[in-house]
Structure formats: structure tokens, C-alpha cells
Design a protein around this ligand. Structure first.
Ligand code: GAL
Length: 416
């Protein structure tokens, strides 16, 4: 073959090969589109830190940040489902460890990561509890970047000190503190409910506190009945809690409520996950303290992972993203900014602030339960009904009607 014919032949072969790769979703687009809901302080910075590491290793790849605003993925999850079913997937997407994956019909649309776990030795670097939470229908679907805790009572140290108050560790103490604050015209609890998951979020933390770890876990497996009088107690407690929040809560997100009320000393507390810690850091705000939500010390856990769609536009770039996310360096850069503890067990604790160091200890010493609002405890269909029922409770406050609806949701979903 002369040289010209040979090079023409090579070009044809390379072209055909590339086209074949693109057709089966394994092409090289030189882009990496990452889909998440991390847009605000703390989480935005954490994501950027992962991008920076990726960019250093793969300087030719253009990263597209396709984050969709809305806490707990309220808007992002619906859009992602449409993109997956409509054949327009991103290269990788944020996914909570646990039953959330069921929403995306994983056997059809998501790449199982079992061989990736083996080749990267990931089954040796994550805690056992997390590894089992990450499996659905016998496969791994996502690679975890972190572990978050949902049931923290954040308090404003100045407001507490000025009013000679101690952070409450029981509900009785909580309501005494709330009364004292109201007498001084301070809002007891900063609350934002704009994204539609926050009443359900607060309620899961109250359920955990009132039912204990096993009682709460049983609600999602059928061994605790939703008709249990303790669920009634929990609803009554939540009702009282919600009477003491800022009245404009439906116009505010969690970070908006912090901005407006907490860091301005107009409110004294907030019940929210520890992404609040990331947000505080992003604002250089240090006036906060923390306690577990009143009740026994139980870790309401969740984990953010990244998954790859079966038809990812650039499979090579997507798998390299998972490598960065699961690496020690990636987790060491991401988590101190995100306000979460690493999913890996071998990241140096001295990189983390005092809150996160305390969370690391709590993770190994307290009973762990799965969050429902953040994808771990129940299938998305059930979690969605739960959130709707709780939002109605947030406006109407009807305990009996709500308990009945929650019980109905359990029968509908446990039977499936
Ligand atoms: C959770 C997610 C966290 C944080 C939070 C607020 O669902 O796991 O990483 O982003 O929502 O949006």
C-alpha cells in the first residue's frame, strides 16, 4: 500500500471507530456535563473543587456545570428523569445513596458500577453500612462523595448567650427556650419551606427523636405502624415547632432563611442538615453552635453519590469523573467545603473544622438511620407522597388527617 492510500485508509478506520463509539454512548465529546443541584454557598464551592482536580488531570475536557437550583433536588430530579427517558442524558448525575435510584429505572437507564468498584478497590475504602445502602437490586449505581447528617439543631451562639440560654436537648427544654425567645421578640426557629421538602425534612428528624432508631426505621419496613401513638406525638410536636417560625417561610429557601434571620441574630435556631455548615463557611460566619435535634443521639444519615447514565455522551470522561469523585484527593478537597464528612474512611480528619470532626466521631458511635427526604429510606414514589402530605400538614396542621394519610401511603407502598 502506498503512503497516501494508507493514510486515507487509516482516517476511514479511525472515523468509523469513533462513530461506533459515539453510537454506543462511549464517544469522545471532549465535554463533561455534570448534573447536580449544588448551586448555593458551600455546595457550589465543593463542586468547583472537584472540577479543579478534574481539570488539572484532563485539561482538554470542557466541563459543563448543569446544576439546577432547588434544595434536596426538588427541581433537578424531575428534569433529570425527563432527560434520561428522552435520550438526552448528562455524563454524570447526582444521586442519593439508597432507594432514590429506583426513580430512574436503573436497569434501563443507569450504568451498574460493580466492575468499577472492583477495579478501583472501592469496596475497601467505604464503610460497610454505606456500601450496603449503595446497592439496589444487587448492583452499585453510584459512587459516594460524602456522608451528610440531616438532624442538626443549629443555634446562634450570641442570641443564646445574650439571653442566658442553653441549647436544648429535649423537647421540653426546646419549648421553654422558644418561650423565652418569643418574650424577647426573637424568632425561635429560622425556617425556609420554599423548595417543598423542608416540612418533611423537619418531621423525619422529629420522628427519629420520638420513635428512636428502631422505631423510625420500622416505619419504612412495616415493623412500626404509622398509626402508633408515638407518630401522633411526633405530629403534635412538629405542629408546635412550626408555630414558632418566621411567617414568610414559604418564600425562603434554607439558605435564604439563614441569611435573613439566623446570621442577623433575628432568629435563634434552625433544624437542617449539615450542608448548613458548608454555607456558614462560605459566608465566613462563625457564630454558630450545634446540637443533635432534641431527643436521643441518633445519626440521620444520607450520602451524595454520582452515577453515570447508560447512554452518557462521553463514557471515558464520565468514568474519569467517577475516579476523581471517589479518590482520596477528591474527597479531601470536596468535603471540608461542602460541610460533609468523606465517604472514604482514609481522609485526614485534621483537614476538617470542629463541627465536621464531631460529625466523624458521631458517625462511628451513634446509631445510624436513613433519611427519607434525602433518598435513603424509601422509594421516591413513597417519599414524594410523604413530602406532599407533610406540606399539607404545614399549612393545615390537622394531626388526625395527616396520620391517616401517612398510614395510607405506607400501605400503598409497602404492598408493592
Ligand atoms: C440534599 C443533598 C445535600 C444538599 C441538600 C440541600 O439532598 O444531599 O448535598 O445539597 O440537599 O440542597
Amino acid at each position: 500500500m502506498n503512503r497516501k492510500i494508507f493514510s486515507a485508509f487509516s482516517i476511514v478506520v479511525v472515523l468509523a471507530f469513533s462513530l461506533a463509539l459515539v453510537a454506543c454512548g462511549g464517544g469522545k465529546s471532549n465535554k463533561l456535563e455534570i448534573f447536580s443541584w449544588w448551586t448555593v454557598g458551600g455546595e457550589g464551592e465543593g463542586l468547583k473543587a472537584l472540577f479543579n482536580i478534574y481539570q488539572k488531570q484532563y485539561p482538554d475536557v470542557k466541563i459543563i456545570n448543569a446544576a439546577v437550583a432547588g434544595g434536596a433536588g426538588t427541581n433537578a430530579k424531575a428534569l433529570l428523569a425527563t432527560r434520561l427517558t428522552g435520550g438526552k442524558p448528562p455524563d454524570a448525575f447526582q444521586l442519593h445513596a439508597g432507594l432514590e435510584v429506583e426513580k430512574y429505572d436503573p436497569e434501563k437507564y443507569v450504568l451498574p458500577l460493580d466492575t468499577f468498584y472492583t477495579s478501583e478497590g472501592l469496596d475497601k475504602v467505604f464503610p460497610k453500612d454505606l456500601l450496603s445502602l449503595l446497592q439496589y437490586k444487587g448492583h452499585y449505581w453510584g459512587v459516594p462523595v460524602n456522608i451528610h447528617r440531616a438532624n442538626i439543631l443549629w443555634y446562634n451562639k450570641k442570641v443564646f448567650a445574650d439571653n442566658k440560654l442553653q441549647p436544648p436537648t429535649t423537647w421540653d427544654q426546646y419549648f421553654k427556650v422558644a418561650k423565652a425567645l418569643k418574650a424577647k421578640k426573637i424568632i425561635p426557629l429560622a425556617f425556609g419551606s420554599k423548595d417543598g421538602y423542608e416540612v418533611g425534612h423537619t418531621f423525619e428528624t422529629v420522628l427519629i427523636s420520638v420513635l428512636g432508631a428502631d422505631g423510625y426505621k420500622g416505619l419504612w419496613t412495616g415493623s412500626t405502624k404509622w398509626t402508633d401513638p408515638k407518630v401522633t406525638d411526633a405530629l403534635n410536636t412538629l405542629k408546635k415547632v412550626l408555630q414558632d417560625v418566621n411567617t414568610d417561610n414559604s418564600a425562603l429557601t434554607w439558605d435564604g432563611a439563614l441569611q435573613q434571620y439566623f446570621i442577623t441574630d433575628k432568629a435563634a435556631m434552625m433544624i437542617m442538615g449539615d450542608w448548613v455548615n458548608g454555607w456558614f463557611m462560605s459566608q465566613n460566619y462563625t457564630g454558630y453552635g450545634w446540637e443533635c435535634v432534641p431527643g436521643p443521639r441518633i445519626y440521620d444519615g444520607l450520602s451524595d453519590s454520582f452515577a453515570v447514565p447508560k447512554g452518557a455522551p462521553d463514557m471515558v470522561n464520565a468514568m474519569n469523573w467517577l475516579k476523581v469523585c471517589s479518590s482520596q484527593a477528591g474527597q479531601a478537597a470536596f468535603n471540608p467545603l461542602k460541610g460533609s464528612i468523606p465517604a472514604r474512611t482514609d481522609v485526614d480528619p485534621s483537614l476538617f473544622n470542629p463541627y465536621l470532626q464531631s460529625a466523624m466521631k458521631d458517625w462511628t458511635s451513634e446509631p445510624i438511620v436513613p433519611s427519607v427526604v434525602h433518598g435513603a429510606a424509601a422509594k421516591e414514589k413513597w417519599a414524594a407522597v410523604y413530602k406532599d402530605v407533610m406540606n399539607t400538614f404545614g399549612t393545615k396542621g390537622d394531626v388526625a388527617e395527616t396520620q391517616k394519610a401517612l398510614d395510607q401511603a405506607a400501605s400503598d407502598n409497602l404492598a408493592m
